[in-house]
Design a binder for this molecule. Structure first.
Ligand code: MTE
Ligand code: CO
Length: 433
């Protein structure tokens, strides 16, 4: 029986044929759309004499020693798992953005080297010994913390997503970018270790008329934003570790603000100054930028929350379907207002929905991972996911969103994403109207 026959088998007999073929030809070359076990889809095909139970070449010689890698890196075969940028979205190398390759990741945590970066004046190299955080304004005691002061205060661990308000911003008027890395890659999900901002503010002592904070970064853009005191006292952190190790320079080393569930812009990096006041400062980033221009020409002033959203990461344009038969559909879902309670997936453009399987820990204001294990025989699919959160909110379609928000917006696009999977497995960014 040839591989070809097995691959195209659709009928009741095909499963049996498939198992038989797999047993016979473990090392067979990958034919497009093959479903047989023991096949590789890309790269060098193994030689029969190196397959188990025989011994491959790399088992015959000693490998590299422990001293050869004081700081570990991924295998060289993973060299294409990288942040990518979009040339026409890159104003300059310093005022720029790159994107998280979600189609190449799994689970809920983003590895430190793959967290998307967004900065307005490049990433400075801050010496932690020379770094200070000042708290002043409407406080009883003006304070200046060194990093070692901060690291001697009670700390906590929290897993949260950071999503730039501009994530999916290019998709407002219609499908544009071909890949979830580009349409949805301005989000990362990290475990932070840090000190609750409340602890630092209490140390300074708040005056009765304190209502707002100005939080300021130590980069060349000196980025600053107004943060309501209520949020600061609720769940904000001053973080110094991400996923267990020091923040990366591009993520704000040595200190960044964590503002769970709120737009990324307010998560000030290289945090150096907090001024306590009684009014918002109307800084550049909250007036000319990061406001939503509505259809009637008026702009929303503060849209802090990132509402419930999700995207299918596989299959997606950068990760087409390659096998017929058994397949795993997966994606990520999140909500700035609480926990993800359920994710629905459709394979037929919304005619029918099924509940996806959420796996892995579920945290408030964190990414959750979902799966649908499905069988594909080459039919065209229109796939979408929609997220429900703990407030009862359901992620809207893009047309529902446009009804309320018009198409002037760049920011806060949490509409449902559609991918078209073609018969050959190739996948495209489309919209159902
Ligand atoms: N903080 C400073 N100091 N400078 C910046 O340019 N960019 C903001 C925010 N904090 C920025 C900053 C924006 S718009 C976003 S989306 C997030 O940081 C990005 O965080 P990341 O680079 O860790 O992904
Ligand atoms: Co941003």
């Amino acid at each position: 029986m040839s591989e070809e026959k097995t691959n195209s088998g659709n009928g009741a007999g095909s499963r049996r044929q498939f198992l038989k073929a797999a047993g016979l030809t473990g090392a067979a070359a990958a034919a497009g759309g093959s479903a047989a076990l023991g096949q590789t889809l890309t790269g060098v095909q193994p030689k029969a004499e190196e397959l188990p139970p025989n011994v491959p070449d790399w088992s015959r010689y000693l490998g590299e020693g422990v001293a050869d890698r004081p700081y570990g890196k991924p295998s060289k075969f993973e060299a294409n798992v990288i942040r990518r940028d979009v040339e026409w979205l890159t104003a300059s190398r310093q005022s720029s953005v790159n994107f998280t390759p979600w189609h190449q990741l799994d689970g809920i945590l983003t590895p430190n080297g793959l967290c998307f970066e967004r900065h307005h004046g490049g990433a400075p190299d801050v010496d932690p010994d020379a770094h200070r955080l000042m708290i002043h304004g409407l406080v009883d005691r003006q304070l200046m913390f060194s990093m070692s002061d901060i690291m001697r205060m009670p700390r906590v661990n929290r897993v949260h997503f950071l999503e730039c308000a501009a994530n999916s911003g290019m998709e407002w008027r219609g499908p544009q970018l071909n890949g979830c890395q580009f349409t949805h890659g301005m989000i990362h999900n990290v475990m932070y270790t840090g000190v609750p901002l409340k602890v630092l503010l209490n140390e300074a002592g708040l005056k009765p008329n304190a209502k707002w904070l100005l939080v300021e970064g130590g980069d060349a853009s000196g980025m600053n934003r107004s943060l309501p005191l209520e949020k600061a006292l609720d769940d904000c952190l001053v973080a110094f570790k991400m996923n267990g190790e020091a923040l990366r320079p591009e993520q704000g080393y040595p200190l960044r603000l964590v503002v769970p569930g709120w737009e990324g812009n307010i998560w000030v990096k290289w945090l150096r100054r907090i001024e306590v006041g009684d009014m918002p400062w109307l800084a550049r980033e909250e007036t000319s930028k990061y406001t939503d221009l509505m259809a009637d020409g008026r702009a929303r002033r503060y849209t802090f929350f990132m509402d419930a959203k999700s995207v299918i990461t596989n299959p997606s344009p950068q990760a087409p379907l390659k096998h017929r038969g058994r397949n795993v559909l997966t994606g990520i879902a999140w909500s700035g207002r609480g926990a993800v309670t359920r994710v629905d997936v459709t394979l037929d453009g919304g005619k029918s929905w099924q509940e996806a399987r959420i796996d892995g820990p579920i945290f408030e204001r964190s990414v959750s991972r979902f799966y649908v294990d499905f069988d594909w025989q080459g039919e065209e699919l229109l796939i979408q996911s929609r997220c429900h959160d703990s407030t009862g909110y359901l992620q809207p379609t893009k047309s529902e969103l446009r009804k309320f928000r018009g198409v002037n917006s760049i920011y806060h696009n949490n509409g449902i994403q559609t991918w078209l999977v073609r018969a050959n497995g190739e996948t495209e960014n489309v919209e159902i109207t």
